[in-house]
Design a protein around this ligand. Structure first.
Ligand code: ADP
Length: 474
C-alpha cells in the first residue's frame, strides 16, 4: 500500500497517525495519508505567510510562467492523475481525464488573466489631486475542497489565487487527498517557491478551526455542503475574513414542448449522471411540459437503460460507484420516500449490493410531486425524478421554489422563450440547450443559499484581490 506525505513549506511532511483512503469500487484501502491537525495547520500558515512577502512582489508575468510550468507537468502526467482520481473517487476514467483537463484549464486561463489585473485612475474634482486605484492580493488564502472533483475544485481556487499574488493552504477532502497531493508534487517540480502552495491532510475541524482563528489567513474559499459552508462563514466573521462559498444545489431541468427531444435527452443524461449524480450542478428535478412528456420520458428511459454501471477503470463504464455507504443509503431513502408518496420507478431503483463497491443503478422516477424529498433535498446520486407542467410560468415558479440557486437547465427551440426563462430563473448558472456549462473562462457560483462569490473567469480572480485607493496631492 502506498503512503503519500503532505506538502508544507516545500517539504513532504508526515504525522504519527495516518488516515486511510479507500477505493469506492472495491471498498479496499489503497493508500494512507498523514492525519494532520492543529500543529500542521499552523505550520502551513506560517509558511504561506512568509512566502507571501516575496510571492506577492513577483510580477504577474513571473507568476504566469510558474502556472504554465505547473500546467505542463499536469498535462504530461494526466493519465497518472486521472487513474489516481478514479481509484480514490470512483468516477469513470474518461471522466477523470476530462476533469484533469478541466482542472488544468484554470492554470492556462489564469496564467494570462493575472496579467490583466488592471487598476484605474479616477478624475479628481480638484486640479491638485490624482486619484488612483490599485489591486492587491488579499494575502494567505485557505482553500477547503470536497471529494467530488478532487482536482478541479482545488485548481479553480489555487490558480486565480496564485495569479493574483496570494499564497495558499489547501485542505482536500478526507476521501480524496491523493489527487491533491499529486498536484502538490507537480507544483514542487514546477519550481513554485516553497510555502506558496501547501496541502494539509487530516482532521477537517481541527485544521479548519486553526485557519479560521488565524488573523494571517485573509480569505476562506470553500466548496462543499451548505451546512459546513454556513459554519465557516459564521466563524470567519470573528476575524472578518473574505469568504467565497460554493455550496449545494438543486438543479431544475426544464423541457419545453418545443424542445428537440434528442438534444434534451442527451443534455439530461450528461447533467444528471456525470460523476454518478454527485456534482453540485447535477440535475435534481426534471420538469417536462405535458405535450412532450410521454415522448421525452420514453427516450430518456431508453437512454438510461443503456448506461453501463461498473468500475471506473473498466473500459466503457458510464457510471462508477458512489463515494461511500452513506451516499448509497441517502439515494435509497430518497427513492423510498418518493415511492411511498406515489412515484413510479421506470428504471433502476436499487443499489447493486452483490458487487464489491458502492454501486447504484441509474434510476428514473415518474409521477413525482414537489413534496417528495428528492424534489427538495440534494440526492447526490443517480436518481432522475420526472414531473410534468402546463405553462412556462408554472415551470419557472416551481423551478425557483428552492433555497438553492446554483444551476438550472432549459431546453427549448424557441429563442424568445430561451431568453425569458433563463432570465427569470433565480440561478447563478443557466444552461440553455446545454447540459455541461462549466468552463474556466465563465463565472461559476450560486444565488441564494448555494453560495457567495464566483469562481472562473475574470470574476474568479477578483475574489483574491483587495482594492486600494491612493489619493495623491501634487
Ligand atoms: P460533503 O458532504 O460533500 O463531504 P463537506 O462540506 O462535509 O461536504 O466537506 C467538504 C470539505 O469540507 C471537506 O474537505 C471536509 O473535510 C471539510 N470540512 C467538513 N467539516 C469541516 C469543518 N468543520 N471545518 C472545516 N472543514 C470542514
Amino acid at each position: 500500500m502506498q503512503h503519500y506525505s503532505m506538502y508544507i513549506n516545500g517539504e513532504w511532511v508526515n504525522t504519527h497517525n495516518v488516515l486511510e483512503v479507500d477505493n469506492p469500487a472495491t471498498k479496499k484501502i489503497i493508500a494512507t495519508v498523514p492525519n494532520g491537525g492543529r500543529e500542521e495547520a499552523k505550520t502551513a500558515v506560517d509558511a504561506a505567510h512568509k512566502a507571501f512577502r516575496t510571492w506577492s512582489k513577483t510580477t504577474a508575468y513571473e507568476r504566469s510562467e510558474y502556472l504554465k510550468r505547473w500546467f505542463t507537468l499536469i498535462d504530461q502526467n494526466k493519465e497518472e492523475i486521472a487513474k489516481t482520481m478514479t481509484m480514490e473517487q470512483g468516477k469513470p476514467l474518461k471522466e477523470a481525464l476530462g476533469e484533469v483537463q478541466y482542472a488544468n484549464s484554470f492554470f492556462t486561463w489564469y496564467a494570462e488573466e493575472g496579467k490583466r489585473v488592471y487598476g484605474e485612475t479616477i478624475p479628481a474634482a480638484h486640479s491638485d489631486k490624482r486619484l488612483l486605484v490599485q489591486k492587491h492580493p488579499v494575502g494567505v488564502v485557505a482553500a477547503i475542497t470536497p471529494w467530488n472533483f478532487p482536482a478541479a475544485m482545488i485548481t479553480r481556487k489555487v490558480a486565480p489565487a496564485l495569479a493574483a499574488g496570494c499564497t495558499v493552504v489547501v485542505k482536500p477532502a478526507e476521501s480524496t487527498p491523493l489527487t491533491a497531493l499529486l498536484l502538490a508534487k507537480f507544483a514542487q517540480e514546477a519550481g513554485i517557491p516553497k510555502g506558496v502552495v501547501n496541502v494539509v491532510t487530516g482532521d477537517p475541524k481541527e485544521i479548519g478551526n486553526v485557519w479560521l482563528d488565524d488573523t494571517r489567513v485573509k480569505k476562506i474559499t470553500f466548496t462543499g455542503s451548505t451546512e459546513v459552508g454556513k459554519y465557516l462563514m459564521r466563524r470567519a466573521a470573528d476575524t472578518v475574513k473574505k469568504v467565497s462559498l460554493e455550496l449545494g444545489g438543486h438543479a431544475p431541468f426544464i423541457v419545453m414542448d418545443d424542445a428537440d427531444v434528442e438534444k434534451a435527452v442527451e443534455g439530461v443524461i450528461e447533467s444528471k449522471f456525470r460523476n454518478a449524480g454527485q456534482t453540485c450542478i447535477c440535475t435534481n428535478r426534471i420538469y417536462v411540459q405535458e405535450g412532450i412528456a410521454e415522448t421525452f420520458t420514453q427516450e430518456f428511459v431508453k437512454a438510461v437503460s443503456e448506461l453501463k454501471v461498473g468500475s471506473g477503470l473498466e473500459e466503457g463504464t458510464d457510471i462508477g460507484p458512489l463515494i461511500n455507504d452513506k451516499a448509497v443509503e441517502k439515494v435509497q431513502s430518497h427513492i423510498s420516500d418518493a415511492v411511498d408518496k406515489g412515484a413510479k420507478i421506470l428504471a433502476g431503483g436499487n443499489a447493486l449490493r452483490e458487487t464489491n463497491g458502492y454501486y447504484f443503478k441509474p434510476t428514473v422516477l415518474s409521477g413525482v410531486t414537489d413534496e417528495m424529498v428528492c424534489m427538495k433535498e440534494e440526492t447526490f446520486g443517480p436518481v432522475a425524478p420526472i414531473t410534468t407542467f402546463k405553462t412556462e410560468e408554472e415551470a419557472i415558479e416551481r423551478a425557483n421554489n428552492s433555497p438553492y440557486g446554483l444551476a438550472a437547465y432549459v431546453f427549448t427551440e424557441n429563442l424568445g422563450r430561451a431568453f425569458r426563462v433563463s432570465e427569470d430563473l433565480e440561478y447563478g448558472i443557466v444552461g440553455v440547450n446545454d447540459g455541461t456549462p462549466s468552463v474556466a473562462q465563465a463565472p461559476f457560483g450560486g444565488f441564494k443559499e448555494s453560495g457567495l462569490g464566483r469562481e472562473g473567469g475574470h470574476y474568479g480572480i477578483e475574489e483574491f484581490l483587495e482594492v486600494k485607493y491612493i489619493s495623491i496631492g501634487i
